[in-house]
Unconditional design. Structure first.
Length: 199
């Protein structure tokens, strides 16, 4: 297991656009497993390759509800999320993911491992259709809603050099940016009891 360093705002590398993979190779699969390990160590629900300074279009997601001991409880997921969990298995690793369809709108209190300790309500699509390559290199498509939909949209934004704070009003975004520049990030010790999950 390799735990990778997660870049944090205002690191300019987070603003670079990631490039699609020509194919899924053994090397990219090994990296994806390190990405998943890093997501779990950082207690996140999603992570993208550019967040660990690799400009490839790779994301991982695991939005299964967890109890205080970290065990997963599938029963609290939406029907689409349960179906996805049974069909593709979590953690979900996607190469070259794209949103190929969407419907409805929703909002969710989002956080980010690259902007740790800050949470704001962000608008997104309620349900999305996703196309991607799997760990086996196969083309896959699926529909998803709920937290998994929000998380995938969040991670795809990272692939395009965007952070969740870019989707806030100018006033809210600048407030967070100025607070980080002036005071830095809260220590991890002060966030240990926070139930919010970051991606």
């Amino acid at each position: 297991m390799s735990v990778l360093e997660v870049l944090t705002f205002p690191d300019p590398r987070l603003r670079k656009v990631s490039q699609p993979l020509k194919e899924v190779t053994a090397k990219s699969v090994r990296f994806a497993k390190d990405l998943v390990d890093t997501m779990y160590v950082e207690k996140g629900i999603g992570l993208s390759a550019p967040q660990v300074n690799r400009l490839e279009r790779i994301i991982c997601v695991d939005t299964r509800p967890r109890d205080k001991e970290g065990r997963y409880e599938i029963t609290e997921m939406t029907e689409l999320e349960q179906n996805l969990s049974e069909a593709l298995k979590f953690p979900l690793v996607l190469f070259n993911p794209v949103v190929i369809g969407h419907e409805g709108s929703t909002s969710y209190d989002e956080g980010c491992l690259s902007v740790p300790g800050f949470y704001e309500t962000v608008k997104g699509y309620d349900k999305i259709s996703v196309g991607a390559l799997s760990l086996a290199g196969d083309s896959i498509t699926f529909e998803i809603d709920g937290l998994t939909s929000i998380c995938i949209q969040h991670e795809i934004d990272h692939l395009d050099g965007k952070l969740f704070i870019d989707r806030l009003s100018l006033i809210k975004s600048n407030k967070i940016k100025n607070k980080i520049k002036k005071f830095g990030y809260p220590s991890k010790d002060s966030d240990e009891d926070d139930d919010e999950l970051e991606s």
